[in-house]
Design a protein around this ligand. Structure first.
Ligand code: AMP
Length: 190
């Protein structure tokens, strides 16, 4: 299996780049943010709970997020591999992911980390808000909080994969195609 953690701060381009990677490598795309939004739309119990965190730019608690992600992985156990987009966002999530992948006799192949400077992130998120309809993209104070939460809780997950020699940093500036080609090159070099 080819199991990729596509990593980076909010607005780094994880969703956009996932589209190119899933078709080239025939992977199942699991975006925890998309799954939460799907549940919010359907007004499920999970969605209502998640909304209270997402609206503030906070992380949904690990216990809930891990269980939800594990269910999705198990539903797709015959996949060629996965792109994990927006997960793991804490070391506890990374640890749990290693645990249940190993129960499936597989593991993370690589973490591809998209590096983008903060000014560019804010601009991209505000621009995305014009089309995404996402409240958490439209409000500058929520964006600021999401980036702060990323720096405090999520960025350390890079060290988790660096310690396993699985971290590859990718320059996330430039055109979408240029960034896609950098990602392809990194994957093809594995
Ligand atoms: P995203 O679409 O990845 O930007 O995620 C949108 C929001 O969903 C985040 O700001 C968090 O509130 C929540 N979320 C998504 N993925 C996770 C995760 N792995 N752990 C906790 N919260 C998450």
């Amino acid at each position: 299996m080819l199991n990729i953690v596509l990593f980076g701060p909010p607005g780094a381009g994880k969703g956009t780049q996932s589209d190119s990677l899933i078709s080239k490598y025939n992977l199942v795309h699991l975006s925890t943010g998309d799954i939460f939004r799907f549940n919010i739309k359907g007004a499920t119990e999970l969605g209502l709970m998640a909304k209270s965190f997402i609206d503030k730019g906070e992380l949904v608690p690990d216990s809930v997020t891990i269980k939800m992600l594990q269910t999705e992985v198990l539903k797709n156990s015959d996949a060629n591999g996965f792109i994990f987009d927006g997960f793991p966002r804490t070391n506890a999530q990374a640890d749990a992911l290693d645990g249940f992948l190993s129960q499936m006799n597989t593991s993370i192949s690589v973490m591809l980390s998209l590096d983008v400077n903060e000014e560019e992130l804010k601009n991209r998120l505000l621009k995305r808000a014009e089309v995404s309809g996402r409240a958490d993209d439209a409000d500058e104070s929520i964006i600021k909080n999401r980036i702060a939460v990323y720096n405090a809780e999520t960025a350390p997950v890079k060290d988790f994969y660096a310690a396993q020699n699985k971290l590859i940093s990718i320059d996330g500036h430039g055109s979408i195609t240029d960034i896609t080609n950098r990602l392809f090159k990194a994957i093809d070099s594995l």
